[in-house]
Design a protein around this ligand. Structure first.
Ligand code: NOJ
Length: 511
């Protein structure tokens, strides 16, 4: 067996800072709160903490709209709190990843304020400005969050490009000054002790406006996300985007051992392309396949096999079943199968990322209309696109405020069927996930053994992980009725079952 890098061995745990732990009673989580809860993450068995953006921001997109890449949002704390968090994490053997948002800033970022102040401002070309076409926008592009990607600036008579909200203008990475500034920012955080970055929206970093209009997407149908109506062939996955990843990778390599994880949505080929031709792109391009497909056994089998087959030589896989942008896994697959879903992700080959609260089985919450926060939901209400349901605060205990806050939580708190953390006893989802992680972290077969499908009939998915001297069989019963269990000695059962697999059970056997 080969020695693994830490980012191949460890599990990543995603913290959504607004919703993890409040320490000052304002109803919003903060850095001191995260530091207080590091033992929880370590005891879960995760080794890496990825924290969604914590930089100064008007919070139009909850931190994905930054006004200063080198500071800390006061709501979350200050640089001293940040240093304390890094120190406390490292003291516990935890690595820390920050969220780098290079493709766009806030429209309140001083660079953009300058850029829009006049056509000849030195920062004009830090963003993407275009003249109108026949009194309309330069292209027909649709934003990720709603209508056009273009916003008219009356004062200077040009449009600026925004792939997301109109308050998130796209940076012009073709400008070497932008590159220098952003890469230097990465260096500063590395020098401060961070162990890597999750890079946001990388597929959108190098839109090529000169290529003109987008054609209709033939796969789009009425009722789907309106943003997908056109095929984003000129704005996404452009050749220069890969060059920017190589730049970020080179900076990352300046400190040996650091990690670059990319938010790479799109087709299987797209995802693979972000490893780089010579593996000089992301160490780990996020693999969202399990978020994209309908969860049937044949679909999952095909997805896993196609992904394994497509990986370039030497590339390390990743899996994820939840994040702050999508419906909670416990709601997608139903409470009965939440443990099964976690078992699937943690037993596949590659680095898994657990989204905070999925280890408790938190479902997506119903957010009353007067509590809606997500700008996307506000822009296209009632279409099921809002992300608040998966961003509710962590339920730590059964006190008022759930141990999350002494104040009024920014979103209602959703308590999972097994209760808050303090109530999750030996038979709970949390206890099961802890046992599952402990098994994974101590098993060569699960950490680096080969994957092999053994069966995928109807509702029963069975696969093996095989390393020298160790072979584990993982059986997942998606059905509502019992299914025969494979032969072998049970190492772990999600439902403490023996005999046939009970409905929704995940069982790991040694053979
Ligand atoms: C992806 C992030 O995960 C999402 O939350 C955000 O709205 C967009 N990128 C824009 O930064």
């Amino acid at each position: 067996m080969t020695d693994l890098q830490w980012w191949q061995r460890e599990i990543i745990y995603q913290v959504y800072p607004r919703s993890f732990q409040d320490s000052d009673g304002d109803g919003i989580g903060d850095l001191a709160g995260i530091t207080r809860r590091l033992d929880y993450i370590r005891d879960l068995g995760a080794g890496v903490v990825w924290i969604s953006p914590i930089f100064p921001s008007p919070m139009k997109d909850f931190g994905y709209d930054i006004t200063d890449y080198r500071g800390i949002e006061p709501m979350f704390g200050d640089l001293d709190d940040f240093d304390a968090l890094i120190e406390a994490a490292h003291a516990r053997g935890l690595k820390v990843l920050l969220d780098f948002v290079p493709s766009h800033t806030s429209d309140q970022h001083p660079w953009f304020v300058e850029s829009r102040s006049s056509r000849d401002n030195p920062k004009r070309d830090w963003y993407i400005w275009c003249d109108p076409m026949e009194d309309g926008p330069p292209t027909n592009w649709i934003s990720e969050f709603g209508p056009t990607t273009w916003n008219w600036d009356e004062a200077t008579g040009q449009y600026y490009l925004h792939i997301f909200l109109d308050s998130q203008p796209s940076l012009n990475w073709r400008n070497p000054q932008v590159q220098d500034e952003m890469l230097e920012t990465m260096r500063l955080w590395y020098a401060r002790g961070v162990d890597g970055f999750r890079v946001d929206a990388i597929t959108h970093i190098a839109p090529d406006v000169d290529k003109g209009d987008h054609p209709p997407d033939p796969d789009w149908q009425e009722g789907m996300n309106p943003s997908g109506r056109l095929s984003k062939v000129h704005s996404k996955n452009q050749p220069f985007g890969y060059e920017t990843v190589r730049m970020m990778r080179r900076v990352t390599e300046e400190t040996p051992g650091n990690l670059l994880l990319g938010e790479t949505d799109g087709t299987l080929d797209n995802v693979m392309s972000y490893y780089g031709d010579d593996l000089d792109g992301f160490h780990l391009p996020f693999n969202f396949r399990l978020l994209d497909i309908e969860w049937t056994v044949p679909n999952i089998r095909e997805t896993v096999e196609a992904y394994e087959a497509a990986l370039p030589e030497g590339a390390w896989p990743t899996w994820v079943i939840g994040n702050h942008d999508c419906i909670r896994i416990a709601s997608r697959v139903g409470a009965r199968r939440a443990r099964l879903a976690m078992t699937l992700m943690l037993c596949l080959r590659g680095t898994p990322t657990i989204y905070q609260g999925d280890e408790l089985g938190i479902p997506s919450a119903k957010i009353p209309p007067d509590k809606v926060q997500d700008p996307w939901e506000k822009q296209v209400p009632g279409q099921g696109l809002g992300r608040d349901p998966s961003r509710t605060p962590m339920p730590w205990d059964d006190s008022e405020g759930a141990g999350f806050t002494d104040g009024d939580p920014w979103l209602p708190i959703e308590v999972p069927p097994d209760g808050p953390v303090s109530a999750q006893d030996a038979g709970s989802m949390l206890a099961y996930v802890r046992r599952l992680i402990a098994l994974r972290q101590s098993s060569d077969a699960l950490l680096q053994g080969a994957y092999r499908t053994l069966g995928a009939e109807e509702d029963l998915y069975v696969f093996a992980r095989e390393a020298e001297g160790e072979r584990l069989v993982i059986a997942l019963n998606f059905a509502d009725t019992p299914r025969p269990a494979p032969d072998g000695d049970t190492v772990l059962s999600s439902h403490d079952a023996t005999g046939p697999l009970v409905p929704g059970e995940a069982r790991i056997l040694r053979t």
